[in-house]
Design a protein around this ligand. Structure first.
Ligand code: SF4
Length: 408
C-alpha cells in the first residue's frame, strides 16, 4: 500500500471550504509536501450552481460543496489531470457518505469524469492522507484545535471590543500565523504560535462591565460552522446583543474517537480498542499543550469530555443511537449546566434527520433546564426575511432568563 501511495504523481488537492479549519487542513497537506488549496467560501452563485445540478433530495451542504467543486472545475486554468478533490466520507444514515458518489457522477455527466476524489474515512484507513496518514491526522487534529481556540477567543472578545472590527483583524492575523506554523511542522511551533496569538488578543481593548447573555450554538456541523449557510448566525446573535459559546469542530473528532473506543470495547476488539485509547491520549495531550498559552484568556479553557456529554443525555436518549443528535443534546445540556448559557440555538439544514430529532426532544430538555429559551433554525439556502426579528425576540427572552437566574 505504501509503495502504491509513493508511486502516485503528486496532484494538487482542492479542499471545499466548510470553515476556517480548512485552511489548517490545506496547511497540513503542504507540511507533508503535498500541494493543497482551500477553495473560497460558498456564495450565492456556487449555491445556485449546486442546486441546479443536484437532484433535489440532497441537504444544503451537498448543494454548496457540489457548487464549489463544479465552479472550480469550470475555471479555464483548471487541469483535471493534476487535481484531486478532498471529500471525506462516512458510513451510516447521514447523507454525507453519498456526497462523493453523487459529485463524481455529476462531474462525469459534465465530461470531467477523470478527476480524482480523495475520500479518507476510518473504513479505508484514511487513504489519501499522504504517505504518513498517522502524522497527517496528527497535523489535522492540531490544526482543528488551534482554529477552535482562535474562534472561541474571538467569540469572547468581539462582543465587547471597544474598537469595532479590531477582533476580526486579530483573528485573521492569528489564523495566518497558525497556518504558517502547521505548514512548518506544527507541534512546538504551533504552541509558540498560540502563545503569540494570546498576546494579540490580550492587547485588544474590551469593555466587559455589562455581560451579555451567553447563547449556546449547537446543531449540524456544516451549517453550524459555515457562515454562508447559516446566514452569519454568530454575527447576527452578537448584533442582537448576545454572546456565542459554540460546539467546536474538535468536539466532533473527540466524539468519533469516543464512539470508536466505546464500540470496540463493546465488541471485544482489543487491538482496535488499544488504538482508540492511544488516539484519545494523543488528542487530550496535544489539546492541553495548545490550550495552555491561551487558557488565561478563556472563560472555560477546557471543553467538557464527550463521556460527560453522553452522561447528560442518559435520561432522554441512548447514546448508542449515535448520531449528531446525541452530541447536540448532550452539549446543549452542558452549555446550560457548565457554561451558564441563557439560550440555545439549534441549527440544521432542511430535512436533516439529526437536527429534527434534537428539535423534537427540545421540549423535554427545556423542561429540565428551567425552560431555557430555545430556538430551532432550519436553513435551506433561501435567505429568510425574518431571522433578524426572531433573533431579537429570542435574545430578549435570554436577557430575561439571565436576570431571573441572577436574581435566584
Ligand atoms: S447531518 Fe444532515 S445535513 Fe449534514 S450531511 Fe448528514 S443528512 Fe446532510
Amino acid at each position: 500500500m505504501l509503495k502504491k501511495r509513493l508511486k502516485k504523481p503528486v496532484k494538487t488537492i482542492y479542499v471545499p471550504y466548510m470553515c476556517d479549519h480548512c485552511y489548517a487542513l490545506a496547511a497540513a497537506y503542504r507540511a507533508q509536501g503535498i500541494p493543497a488549496i482551500t477553495l473560497p467560501p460558498p456564495n450565492k452563485e456556487t449555491l445556485a450552481l449546486g442546486q441546479d445540478l443536484c437532484k433535489g433530495q440532497e441537504c444544503l451542504p451537498c448543494f454548496t460543496t457540489t457548487g464549489d467543486i463544479v465552479h472550480l472545475v469550470r475555471q479555464e486554468e483548471f487541469d483535471p489531470e493534476k487535481a484531486a478533490i478532498f471529500m471525506p466520507t462516512t458510513t451510516g444514515s447521514c447523507r454525507f457518505g453519498q456526497y462523493d458518489i453523487l459529485q463524481k457522477e455529476l462531474l462525469r455527466e459534465q465530461g470531467l469524469g477523470q478527476i480524482e476524489f480523495i475520500t479518507p474515512s476510518a473504513s479505508n484507513s484514511y487513504l489519501g492522507l499522504g504517505d504518513n496518514p498517522v502524522r497527517m491526522r496528527q497535523l489535522i487534529w492540531q490544526g482543528a484545535i488551534a482554529v477552535d481556540l482562535l474562534q472561541r477567543l474571538t467569540h469572547e472578545y468581539r462582543p465587547y471590543e471597544c474598537q469595532k472590527g479590531e477582533t476580526d483583524k486579530v483573528y485573521q492575523l492569528c489564523l495566518d500565523h497558525i497556518c504558517g506554523a502547521i505548514e512548518a511542522g506544527a507541534d512546538k511551533r504551533l504552541v509558540e504560535a498560540m502563545a503569540w496569538a494570546a498576546k494579540q488578543y490580550e492587547a485588544l481593548a474590551v469593555d466587559r462591565r455589562e455581560r451579555r447573555p451567553l447563547i449556546g450554538l449547537v446543531g449540524e456541523i456544516y451549517v453550524r460552522l459555515n457562515a454562508f449557510s447559516n446566514q452569519e448566525i454568530i454575527r447576527q446573535v452578537e448584533a442582537a446583543g448576545g454572546e456565542i459559546v459554540f460546539a467546536s469542530l474538535g468536539e466532533w473528532f473527540h466524539f468519533t474517537t469516543w464512539d470508536y473506543k466505546h464500540y470496540t470495547a463493546l465488541m471485544d476488539l482489543y487491538v482496535d480498542f488499544f488504538k482508540s485509547t492511544v488516539s484519545e491520549f494523543y488528542q487530550n495531550y496535544t489539546e492541553r499543550k495548545l490550550v495552555e498559552p491561551v487558557a488565561h484568556l478563556l472563560r472555560f479553557p477546557h471543553e467538557t469530555p464527550i463521556g460527560k456529554l453522553m452522561e447528560n443525555l442518559k435520561p432522554y436518549y441512548h447514546s448508542d443511537l449515535n448520531s449528531e443528535a446525541t452530541l447536540s443534546m448532550g452539549k446543549a445540556i452542558d452549555m446550560f449546566k457548565h457554561d451558564g448559557a441563557c439560550g440555545i440555538i439549534n441549527v440544521m439544514p432542511f430535512s436533516c434527520m439529526p437536527g429534527i430529532i434534537t428539535a423534537a426532544m427540545a421540549p423535554r430538555l427545556r423542561a429540565d433546564l428551567e425552560n431555557i429559551p430555545w430556538l430551532d433554525l432550519i436553513f435551506d439556502g433561501q435567505e429568510g426575511t425574518n431571522l433578524k426579528t426572531r433573533l431579537e425576540a429570542f435574545i430578549y427572552q435570554a436577557v430575561q432568563f439571565q436576570r431571573r437566574k441572577k436574581a435566584s
